[in-house]
Ligand binder design. Structure first.
Ligand code: SAH
Length: 276
C-alpha cells in the first residue's frame, strides 16, 4: 500500500488554533512526525492510542524523509506536523521532493502562522486604511543568506508592515537597516515571544531604539516574532481613516449605500466586484 503524507500546520502554539481539518487528520493518523515540543501536545491530545508518534528533533532532513516514506508504506494517513503554516520557513519543498521521487502522494494543510497569532495576541492590526495596505513577511540575514534585493533596508523602504521571523537575536542589525531606510528611532516595535503558548507568551512593546535592550532584559532570545509597522498603537491614536467596508456611503456587493449613492468602492478593504 501507499499512504498519503500530510504536511499539517499545527498553528503557533495553542493546540486549539489548529484547523479542524488538521485535527481530524490527526485523529485518524497511523503515524505522526512532529517538530518541537508545542506541536507534540496537539499530536498526543488527538492522535489514536496506537498511533506511531515521533519527535523529529535531532533528525536530519534525510532521516525525516526516510521516516515518512517508510511509514507511508504501512499507514494510509501519515502526518508531518509543523509549527505555524508549513509554507513559511518550514523546509516544505526539501521534504516533498524525496516523497515525489518515491511516488508518495502529498497534501498540505495550512496553519495559523505566528505573525498572525502575534498580531492577535497584541490586539494589533497589520493593515490600516491609508496607513499601510501591505505586509512583508521576511527575516534578516544571519547565518542564512538573503537573496539579492531582499535586504531589510531595501524591504523597509516601503514603510509598510514588516513581520520578521527567525531574527530576534539580530535586533541591532534590524535597527541599523530600518534607520537606513528612513525609519525613526521612535518607531514602535512589537515583539511577541511564544505567542499563544499557554502561560508562556510575552508581549514586549518598545521602539526601534529600545526594543533590543528590552528583549535582553526580558531574556527573550528565541521563538519570537518582531513586528515593525506604522499601524502599531493606532488604537490609542484617536480618529482614523475609516475602512470603506463599513462606511454608510459606500455600496458593495452585499449592501446598498444608505443615501442611495452607488459610488463604486475605491478602497481595497472590500474586494471590488467589477473589473476595471
Ligand atoms: N512556519 C512557522 C515559522 C517557523 S520559523 C510559522 O508559520 O509561524 C520559526 C520562527 O517563527 C521563530 O524564529 C519565530 O520568529 C516564529 N515563531 C514560531 N512560533 C512562534 C510563536 N508562537 N510566537 C512568536 N513567534 C513564533
Amino acid at each position: 500500500m501507499t499512504g498519503t503524507v500530510w504536511f499539517v500546520g499545527a498553528g503557533p502554539g495553542d493546540p486549539e488554533l489548529m484547523t479542524l481539518k488538521g485535527r481530524d487528520l490527526i485523529a485518524r493518523a497511523g503515524a505522526i512526525l512532529y517538530a518541537g515540543s508545542l506541536v507534540s501536545e496537539a499530536a498526543t491530545r488527538w492522535a489514536p492510542d496506537n498511533c506511531d508518534i515521533c519527535d523529529s528533533k535531532g533528525m536530519t532532513l534525510e532521516e525525516i524523509t526516510a521516516w515518512l516514506i517508510e511509514r507511508a508504506h504501512r499507514h494510509s494517513t501519515v502526518i508531518r506536523l509543523q509549527t505555524g503554516d508549513p509554507g513559511l520557513y518550514g523546509a516544505l519543498i526539501e521534504m516533498i521532493q524525496p516523497l515525489d521521487a518515491a511516488s508518495i502522494p502529498v497534501e498540505v494543510v495550512p496553519g495559523v502562522s505566528s505573525a498572525f497569532a502575534s498580531a492577535a495576541v497584541a490586539q494589533e492590526t497589520l493593515t490600516l486604511p491609508e496607513v499601510t495596505q501591505t505586509v512583508i513577511i521576511s527575516r534578516v540575514e544571519g547565518r542564512t543568506p538573503m537573496p539579492p534585493g531582499e535586504s531589510l533596508a531595501a524591504l523597509a523602504r516601503h514603510h509598510c508592515t514588516l513581520c520578521l521571523y527567525l531574527s530576534i537575536t539580530l535586533l541591532k542589525k534590524i535597527r541599523l537597516e530600518l534607520l537606513a531606510a528612513g525609519w525613526k528611532d521612535d518607531s514602535p516595535i512589537l515583539v511577541v515571544h511564544k505567542a499563544t503558548w499557554p502561560g508562556e507568551e510575552r508581549v514586549i512593546r518598545g521602539t526601534l531604539a529600545t526594543i533590543r535592550q528590552q528583549c535582553i532584559d526580558a531574556g527573550v532570545n528565541s521563538q519570537a516574532m518582531i513586528i515593525a509597522s506604522p499601524t502599531l498603537g493606532a488604537r490609542h491614536q484617536g480618529e482614523l481613516k475609516k475602512s470603506k467596508l463599513y462606511d454608510a456611503h459606500f455600496s458593495h456587493r452585499f449592501r446598498k449605500a444608505s443615501n442611495g449613492n452607488t459610488t463604486r468602492l475605491t478602497s481595497n478593504t472590500y474586494e471590488d466586484s467589477t473589473h476595471e
